[in-house]
Design a binder for this molecule. Structure first.
Ligand code: C2E
Ligand code: CA
Ligand code: CA
Length: 547
């Protein structure tokens, strides 16, 4: 039931409560009038009607704990008052059971309302900033779409927030996020809606009637904010980070909420291509981009049918000994002319269309089939497969992997599954349950792209992982930037505490490998020691010592 329908039901329930109240009072206070109504022949029925009133009150709290529950509790309060004053005066001690009944009902309703409110707040608000979270946003978007009044959906992404986390640490990064949200809250119009979707991603819903020019309207939120400062306890001030926004209009750009979100995503990717602009309003040009997306989708379909997907494998090595650890499986696609399309192009599209789920199983099976003869001869070789965030919170995924392992006859201990922190965005609980199941089977779990986006250090303490993969963007500066070196050193120490190994990705220079060796990083992967290669070439690396 949507919010609108719930509200209507709550109002009907309250009207019914009031009707019962009137009936009970008229009949209770003036028994001689009651005698004229043959449908209510005895007083016990009044008690039943009062009980009914309390039960309907419980229903109202469940339907709408916020506004109408208060009215229902108010009606019950009036009932209790009337029972005490009028009925007791009339009935004397005989009214005591009724009074007790009302007081209990009143208490039950108040407790229920508090519990419901707490549960809803936890499920629908963001713990860090207190604003609505992704779940609430989906509900609100559905509600506004159903209402049909034109509005703008603005998808906001903070720019350069990763750097804040790197430089100031995660605690200060969180503080900056809270300050940004507080700053935005002061700018919000009466009917504007702001939610945090994940990490440094937010969204706003702005009624069209309230703005003449949405670009201008958003300027304080995304550009002027960079003039503001956040004051830290240590006396230092840092400028707030700016933001980018992808904007779509309901209903002219789309009447469908999923499509609105997809189009806002495209508008956002446009902004990121243009360094001079902070926002993009969805229009014909962006639409044309989507057409090229449609072409990629076509190729993806063909890829499954005609098997034009193929795998390359990038070697991973132990830092000190340069001994091969295993390979990361990376998928590739060829277009009609035989040009290789990078996963950076087709994976995000497949993620949006959901085809990534099919791809995950495809890659798992293909890598296992190819490496089966190798792991039989070299039982230490690991094959790492990237798995989409959606799959990790899907309770059927672990069974799906088990089935492929059995069918191929591949040993679970030679398989590693690479996940990213986005796996925990929808449901941390469900994702952890999947990871636990995979690990019980003997599969290793690697946390990929660590240090990008909004990676939270505290997260690694909560989730079951065997390996942390430090992202290339951090490694790029490891030999030149002291702060980054210290940060990587801290990550390595945390890894030691958690008995979890560390692999650094994207090593292109010897100086980077040297620093990582000094810091005690366990493994490295990068162009310096090995680019992704086709299976035939990967085979040649097995058993080979790089020294
Ligand atoms: P990733 O998982 O972070 O994979 C590492 C990417 O960094 C690969 O790009 C790899 O070729 C590249 N790389 C490794 N070493 C170096 C280096 O020294 N220098 C540079 N410049 N790049 C390096 P690739 O293959 O283009 O993959 C991009 C992303 O696409 C992957 O990032 C991963 O998120 C996704 N992806 C690739 N294959 C799959 C797959 O089979 N399934 C899923 N779900 N995602 C995949
Ligand atoms: Ca990866
Ligand atoms: Ca990575």
């Amino acid at each position: 039931m949507n919010t609108g329908k719930k509200k209507i039901c709550a109002i009907i329930c309250i009207l019914f409560m009031i009707l019962l109240e009137v009936a009970v009072n008229v009949l209770g206070a003036h028994p001689e009038i009651g005698n004229f109504i043959p449908a209510i022949p005895n007083r016990n029925l009044f008690g039943i009607m009062n009980m009914l009133q309390i039960l309907i009150g419980v229903g109202v709290v469940m339907l709408d704990w916020k506004s109408y529950a208060k009215v229902a509790i108010g009606v019950l309060g009036v009932s209790a008052f009337v029972t005490v004053t009028v009925v007791m005066g009339h009935e004397g001690l005989g009214a005591i059971p009724g009074v007790v009944l009302f007081i209990c009902g009143f208490i039950i309703l108040t407790i229920l309302r508090k519990q419901y409110g707490k549960r809803e707040r936890e499920a629908f608000s963001d713990q860090l900033t207190g604003i609505p979270n992704r779940n609430h946003f989906h509900r609100e978007l559905g509600y506004r779409v159903a209402k049909g009044q034109p509005f703008y959906y603005v998808y906001i992404d903070l720019s350069g927030f990763k750097r804040i986390n790197d430089v100031l640490g995660h605690v200060n990064g969180d503080y900056m996020l809270k300050e940004i949200v507080n700053y935005w809250k002061n700018l919000l119009g009466k009917d504007d809606y702001l939610a945090r979707l994940a990490g440094d991603e937010f969204c706003m819903l702005v009624p069209e009637k309230d703005v003449a020019d949405i670009g201008l309207y958003m300027k304080p939120f995304i550009e002027d904010i960079m003039e503001e400062e956040v004051k830290y306890d240590n006396g230092k001030n840092y400028r707030m980070v700016g933001a980018n926004a992808g904007i779509v209009r309901f209903p002219s750009d789309s009447e469908d909420k999923d499509e609105l979100m997809r189009k806002a995503d495209f508008a956002m990717s446009r902004v990121k291509k243009d360094p001079d602009s902070h926002y993009c309003i969805f229009d014909k040009d962006v639409e044309e981009d989507i057409v090229s997306v449609a072409k990629v989708q076509e190729m993806v379909k063909k890829g499954f049918k005609e098997k034009t997907f193929y795998m390359v494998y990038q070697p991973q090595f132990e830092v000190g000994t340069k001994k091969l650890r295993g390979f990361e499986a990376l998928v590739r696609l060829k277009d009609d002319l035989g040009h290789v399309i990078s996963p950076g192009v087709f994976i995000p599209i497949m993620e949006q269309t959901g085809e990534i789920l099919k791809m995950d199983y495809y890659v798992l099976r293909m890598s296992m089939e190819q490496f089966l003869p190798i792991v039989k001869d070299y039982p230490d070789v690991t094959i790492s497969v990237n798995i989409s965030a959606r799959h990790i919170s899907d309770e059927r995924f672990a069974d799906g992997v088990e089935e492929i392992l059995k069918e191929v006859g591949f040993p679970a201990k030679n398989l590693e599954i690479e996940i990213t922190e986005y796996s925990f965005v929808h449901s941390e609980e469900a994702a952890i349950a999947t990871l636990d199941k995979l690990r019980e089977m003997g599969i290793m779990i690697a946390l990929d792209d660590f240090g990008t986006g909004y990676s939270s250090l505290s997260m690694v303490f909560r989730i079951p992982i065997d390996l942390i993969k430090i992202d290339k963007s951090m490694i790029d500066h490891i030999h030149t930037d002291d702060t980054v070196r210290k940060l990587v050193s801290q990550i390595i120490s945390i890894g030691e505490t958690l008995h979890c190994e560390i692999l650094s990705e994207g090593i292109e220079q010897k100086a980077q490998a040297d620093v990582l060796g000094d810091l005690g990083c366990n493994y490295i992967q990068g162009y310096l020691w090995g680019k992704p290669v086709i299976f035939e070439d990967a085979k040649k690396l097995v058993g080979l010592n790089m020294n």
